[in-house]
Design a protein around this ligand. Structure first.
Ligand code: FA5
Length: 345
């Protein structure tokens, strides 16, 4: 019996030492040390031994088991390390290889022009105020001197969320919000954002577009201030030679009111489908704040006066880039989008 044990031990040690990888070692472990493996099968032979030898033999089998377990663990460690070294060797990273070039997306013309417009007004000392796209009827209409059933509401029909909540039709509610935040204090602010209307889409009209609102309230503000401000804006945005036209107009929240057109980029003012043969494209509405609006929003019209304007962002972008159709802003045609500069270039 003892000879069997010695033989098994020698064979096992030799096999463990010569195991070339972890897979082979695992098989050997099963062969020798599993419940029905070679070592445990020696235990079955106990029964054949005389009683006085049983104990000593059992002890020897146990010692062999422990010894083989140690041998397996040691070999496993050595082979594990070798496997890791092999893996690192075969999967070596070449850190000197050039990386994949990441091309920044082009800037959207709406964003480029909006940023430029904001920069121009910041340069004139305006604050930037955020408005809300989902707006209360009160701020969108009533506080701007457009009470319920006023016909001007029809000109700016919109998408209603409830009887009193709607998608704002213009950025002018920011005027009422700013005035109500600090009634009686001077104001010099712009408020950019998206607006929505139930307008029929065509070359120059969209049901969703951007505006930048402007509001100045102080003592002795007059139409001359408004005109000088808008002239400076147009010169900075386009060129000193861009033709500007002030037309008298009507808004319930300004009195007098004007609309401002800039000569059409497409035909240079001769008339074409883009400008509907007029030679000009309207970019904004403006006027002197109606005393009624000052009063509705906590200002004394005997002390204060102001001017306000609302500029269409896409319209300005169309003039600057010669874009013939406002729908291009929303169609996501890559040929159009890729023709604008990329960030950082
Ligand atoms: C207004 O929205 C006024 N709230 C502007 C205003 C503000 C007047 C402060 C007085 C004082 P209007 O509807 O004209 O006005 O729109 C202003 C500008 O938004 C237009 O000149 C035009 O540039 C742009 N715009 C209007 N409707 C559309 C549309 N459907 N699609 C694209 N741009 C539009």
């Amino acid at each position: 019996m003892s000879q069997d044990l010695d033989k098994l031990k020698q064979e096992a040690i030799a096999a463990i030492e010569s195991a070339s990888d972890l897979g082979v070692l695992k098989k050997l472990h099963q062969e020798y040390l599993a419940r029905r493996g070679l070592v445990m099968s020696l235990m079955a032979k106990l029964r054949e031994l005389p009683n006085e030898e049983k104990r000593a033999f059992g002890q020897k089998v146990n010692e062999l088991k422990v010894m083989l377990q140690d041998a397996f663990s040691e070999k496993e460690e050595v082979l594990g390390e070798q496997a890791l070294i092999d893996k690192l060797e075969t999967e070596k990273l070449d850190l000197t290889l050039p990386g994949k070039k990441i091309t920044p997306a082009p800037m959207h013309p709406f964003q480029i022009i909006k940023d430029e417009m904001i920069t121009i007004f910041l340069g004139m000392g305006y604050n930037v105020v955020e408005g809300t796209e989902v707006e209360e009827d009160l701020f969108n209409f009533t506080l701007l001197n457009i009470p319920e059933n006023h016909p001007a509401r029809d000109m700016q029909d919109t998408f209603y969320i409830s009887d009193t909540l709607l998608l704002r039709t213009h950025t002018s509610p920011s005027q009422a919000r700013v005035m109500n935040e600090n009634p009686g204090a001077p104001v010099k602010m712009i408020s950019p954002g998206k607006v929505y209307r139930r307008d029929e889409d065509d070359n120059t009209h969209s049901h969703q577009f951007g505006q930048i609102e402007g509001l100045v309230i102080d003592k002795d503000i007059n139409l001359g201030h408004l005109q000088a401000t808008l002239n400076l804006f147009v010169q900075k945005m386009f060129s000193k030679t861009a033709k500007v036209r002030f037309r008298s107009s009507y808004f319930p929240f300004t009195e007098p009111s004007v609309e401002v057109d800039v000569s059409c980029h497409h035909c240079g003012g001769k008339g074409c489908p883009t400008c509907k043969q007029t030679g000009y494209i309207e970019i904004l509405g403006a006027g002197i704040v109606n005393p009624q609006v000052l009063e509705l929003n906590g200002y004394d019209p005997a002390l204060y006066s102001g001017f306000a304007f609302g500029i269409g962002i896409e319209r300005v972008a169309m003039l600057r880039y010669g874009i013939d159709d406002i729908r291009r802003f929303y169609q996501n045609d890559l040929r159009f989008l890729n023709s604008f500069p990329r960030e950082g270039k």
